[in-house]
Design a protein around this ligand. Structure first.
Ligand SMILES: [Zn+2]
Length: 372
């Protein structure tokens, strides 16, 4: 039995002051108000559903131990529930990566897999290899559903590609959430794809048309439709704080998920990296593609951690700790049907982050054990 004493605990029924949280066999068994003498805030362990790797490792690499090192890094930064994201690769290679990641889901190290690509738009490819982009034909869709099995939770695709509607419907029917992203669709096609089943918007603003008052594009549709979960990369680089504020006000904390979109440089520092088949250079923590003439191109994921994203929305965006906890844990857990996590409640997994009044991470507990 472990006991955690905090100044405040964020629970579904409100903030519990002076809380003592008791954990046994990996679960929360009691949350007692009043008796706790500690400082800080207990919030549910963070849920990151879009993350490509860390410490020099890209998720899906054939070395299982290397994958575990990347998972451990993110865990030390507060991520107690994690989806591993892939990037665009040949289908055979994706099948191999899915097999590796499925094992890690079965081991309880990961909580799901997110395929980002290969069915993306050339015009919005971001840091994906254009030569490997393709249409979601029925045979390829079935291969990926088969290779991912129940561990495959989400796929980002450009809904306007040939077979986009059939693929969206088929993945949805197979229990794989379709994420509208890396798409060149306008507002009309975006709205239509939500009717087909698309229900997540990866990194809103990035790799999609920009908002314009006479040519709205996807952003206002995604932020205002109650059927869509909007991911935000809150590193202050992908979008500035006022845009983050506007997005949270538009969609509400019940439809926003903080994600890292971290690539292998997270936790590792500046230098040269490989993202899928492409070279990336990280300078001052900003990852960019290296173009053919050697100059730096598109932003290529991030080096963000959930701890920093949490702190950013508290310090730079002005969110309260309970609001940040919704976006960092409760909302993504609920949206993805992860019923064991996402809230501090008796019976749930004892996954707890402790932060101070400024949102800075102090402690991480996972399944009742202190991990950082
Ligand atoms: Zn992306």
């Amino acid at each position: 039995m472990a006991k955690l004493q905090v100044g405040s605990a964020v629970t579904p029924s409100g903030v519990v002051r002076g809380a003592t949280i008791e954990m046994q066999d990996g679960r929360i068994v009691r949350i007692e108000p009043g008796a706790g003498s500690g400082a800080g805030w207990a919030v549910p362990g963070f849920v990151d559903t879009h993350c490509h790797g860390a410490v020099g490792v890209s998720f899906g690499t054939p070395d299982k131990e290397a994958n575990r090192r990347a998972i451990a890094y993110h865990r030390s930064q507060g991520t107690t529930t994690l989806f591993a994201s892939t990037v665009t690769e040949p289908i055979e290679k994706l099948e191999t990566q899915l097999a590796v990641l499925r094992d890690l889901v079965a081991d309880g190290e990961l909580d799901g897999i997110h395929l980002e690509g290969p069915f993306l738009a050339e015009a919005r490819k971001g840091a994906h290899d254009v030569a490997l982009l393709r249409d979601p034909t029925p045979d390829l869709v079935e291969r990926l559903i088969e290779a991912g099995g129940p561990a495959l939770k989400m796929i980002t695709l450009a809904v306007e590609r040939a077979h986009g509607e059939a693929a969206t419907r088929r993945f949805t029917e197979a229990g794989v959430k379709v994420a509208f992203g890396h798409s060149d669709a306008d507002d009309v096609v975006t709205a239509r794809s939500i009717d087909w089943g698309a229900c997540v918007a990866p990194h809103v603003f990035s790799a999609m048309r920009s908002i314009h008052h006479r040519d709205p594009g996807p952003v206002p549709v995604l932020l205002s439709d109650d059927r869509v979960l909007c991911e935000l990369i809150c590193d202050g680089i992908h979008h500035k704080a006022p845009i983050t504020r506007m997005s949270i006000d538009a969609a509400g904390c019940d439809r926003i998920a903080l994600v890292t979109d971290a690539m292998s440089a997270a936790g590792q520092g500046d230098g040269r990296y490989l993202l899928g088949e492409l070279d990336v250079e990280v300078r001052d923590g900003i990852a960019r593609l290296v173009t053919s003439d050697g100059s730096l191109g598109a932003i290529a994921g991030s080096t963000l951690t959930m701890a920093r994203a949490f702190e950013f929305v508290v310090l730079e965006v002005g969110c309260s700790i309970p609001e940040a906890a919704l976006m960092a844990a409760t909302t993504p857990a609920r949206w993805h049907g992860l019923s064991e996590v996402g809230t501090l409640e008796v019976g749930k997994r004892a996954d707890v982050c402790v932060v101070d009044d400024t949102g800075r991470l102090q402690e991480v507990w996972r399944r009742g054990e202190r991990v950082a």
